[in-house]
Design a protein around this ligand. Structure first.
Ligand SMILES: C[S@@+](CC[C@H](N)C(=O)[O-])C[C@H]1O[C@@H](n2cnc3c(N)ncnc32)[C@H](O)[C@@H]1O
Length: 194
């Protein structure tokens, strides 16, 4: 989907996602000491705002200007640095971030793999990369998310793209959505040299 498609999707609803952070993000990152964080494809900012409320200095990027304006409105205290940019052409920082978060970003392998490699290189020594997204297995055994297999994730593919990082977790996790379970890829990785 292009930025304009996402803009239309966001514009059609008051709030497309929840105000609360994703539950895996909250569970997985609550114990991490705050530092500098980069939220990739932040959407309306639910995770970035949660991180900022916990003391993180957050830069949050998304190519939908509608989503980012909404995030800015929610961020009444101006706690997060918001940026509208296409992550497939983004000047990633190198060795600067204590946390890089990727939550439900779905792109075909060609932009996705190099983007993950850039995200890995953005981590400072000892920094954490946290990835969650709809898993390929949803097509047969789960529910929700994109229906195009090309943009769905597997723990193996995500972990394999994180060059130079130590893989701490690479697994499938489930969320109950109504009567069905949605299957997510969850990967946590760490940069060497803490
Ligand atoms: C499913 S939403 C997830 C939003 C947020 N991470 C969350 O978990 O609430 C996917 C987001 O990816 C953004 N996105 C998709 N492709 C992008 C790209 N190439 N550059 C920047 N953002 C992109 C969309 O605009 C959308 O906000």
């Amino acid at each position: 989907m292009e930025a304009g498609d996402w803009d239309r999707k966001y514009a059609g609803k008051e709030l497309l996602w929840s105000v609360e952070p994703n539950r895996f993000v909250a569970e997985g990152l609550a114990g991490l000491p705050p530092g500098r964080a980069l939220d990739l494809a932040c959407g309306e900012g639910r995770n970035a705002l949660w991180l900022a409320s916990r003391g993180w200095r957050v830069r949050a990027v998304d190519f939908s200007s509608v989503a980012v304006s909404r995030a800015r409105e929610l961020d009444r205290e101006g706690a997060v640095e918001w940026e509208v940019a296409d992550l497939t052409r983004y000047p990633f920082p190198v060795a600067e971030e204590d946390l890089v978060l990727v939550s439900y970003l779905h792109l075909p392998p060609e932009p996705m793999r190099p983007l993950l490699a850039d995200a890995a290189r953005a981590l400072a020594p000892g920094g954490t990369l946290f990835f969650v997204g709809h898993d390929l297995e949803n097509l047969e055994h789960g529910t929700g998310g994109p229906q195009d297999p090309d943009v769905l994730h597997t723990p193996e593919a995500v972990a394999g793209a994180l060059e130079g990082l130590e893989i701490v977790r690479a697994e499938r996790v489930t969320r109950q959505v109504g009567e069905r379970a949605a299957i997510d890829t969850l990967v946590v990785a760490r940069a060497p040299g803490a």
